[in-house]
Design a binder for this molecule. Sequence first.
Ligand code: ADP
Ligand code: MG
Length: 504
Amino acid sequence: METKTPILEMKGITKRFPNVVANDHVDLELYPGEVLALLGENGAGKSSLMNVLAGLYRADEGEIFIRGKRVEINSPRDAMLLGIGMVHQNFMLVDTMTVAENIIMGMSDLPFIPDMEDVSKRIRELSKQYNLQVDPLSYIWQLSVGEQQRVEILKLIYRGAEILILDEPTAVLTPRESKELSGVIHHMTQEGKSAIFITHKMEEVITFSDWVRVLHKGRLVTVKKTRETHPQELARLMVGRDVLFRLEKKARNFGDVALELKDVRALDDKGLPALKGITLNIRSGEILGIAGVAGNGQTQLVEVLTGLRKTTGGTIRIFDEEKANKSPLEIINTGVSHIPADRIARGIAGDMSVANNLVMKCYRKPPLVKKGVLHPSRILDLAHRMIDLFRIDTPTPQTHAKFLSGGNIQKTILARELDACRGLLIAAYPSRGLDVGATEFVRNQMIAQSQAGTAILLISEDLEELVTVADKIAVLFEGRIMGIVPSSEADTEKLGMLMTGVKV
Ligand SMILES: Nc1ncnc2c1ncn2[C@@H]1O[C@H](COP(=O)(O)OP(=O)(O)O)[C@@H](O)[C@H]1O
Ligand SMILES: [Mg+2]
């Protein structure tokens, strides 16, 4: 057993948000000079737990002890005074200021006019000591993402942090920078500092950490010494203990290839590779699920398929025609429907009526148009039918879409896209935010559509949904397909391994 006493203990931490329990009585211990990995899927509650520790969120229940002493952490300042510092997923630096200015910004115990020479000197020393190369006089806007992260870490060390929390720090780094970071963390622990490292990558758990805690749906599911566990076990725990429930699906023959991607590449908004050679195909009548922790290329994959993002390589064939880098309208016209992840921003015209939103995609065609004239009564008929079928809760079909609840906006988009779909449906998280009944309805609709011959690409974080609905499941990890498994052979261990970047 561990003979050291923990520098940090969190006991029974519960953090609730209006619709979700982000942390459900979670315990955590951290020992001096050690690295604790927090492993979990998206939404498992890792960031929430650390935000409680860093003073950004107030826990609803639970206690925190530092070196055995009960503490109250009500602000980031409280946390910093206790030696706790966090590098967030999104950096919090001021672009137009220098490294040195950012590092001392907001520090309370500074003289009125700080001696920037002194500050820079100290930064250079620390930077050397911890191998965090950065010039104190550079402006933040001049720095790469990796360099900015170094500034964030230096800032915490400068302020005397003993416990460093790194929230998915390698998500933004190149492989080389990740290696350097591993060196930095090693250095820090040798100097007696401790770190909590949030990740969903197995390799990092194994190489960085002394201990690992796995969170699943807000609960702590295991605590292990890293060297006493193995990836299979962790993967299984991360994805959940239960066996995946699956529906017995009738064997079907699929038709021609509807969507074919070969070596598709694309960059993200920062210009970094987001898709690194995606190859897959979907036949008519087939549902291909995309599993993976969000942020591994899902967004960019949907965008290149729907004409919203340029590719930098490879081919996208839809119904045997090259469709990479075509406009969204051109893609819609080939018969592609899209249920976007960001439904409010991309899926709905808030100032238009529910009825018009529902028929938006078929308004150019009969029966809504007769002799070139739009038929308001036919639009209403169709809208009524769809409102009934999808149980959309709207006062009238003429109500502006923006006045509907989120779930009903979602149903409106689903109704329209499923109705308009003529061959290929790209569905991103189609049941996210829906209640149980609506979720089941959506899943059944997708299965029905596929039986009618539609090819469906279904992106989901819900493995149960993927296994139930999809015929095969491709796992995305860091912009690559780690593996494609038939749903009938998918189990939590296999999927969990692929999702954390382990080949099986
Ligand atoms: N500020 C917030 N308001 C409402 N819900 C939140 C907030 N922060 C997190 N959540 C919810 O809490 C759950 C856990 O989220 P999070 O801690 O960010 O998970 P992780 O970091 O493991 O991906 C999720 O369901 C998320 O939607
Ligand atoms: Mg997080």
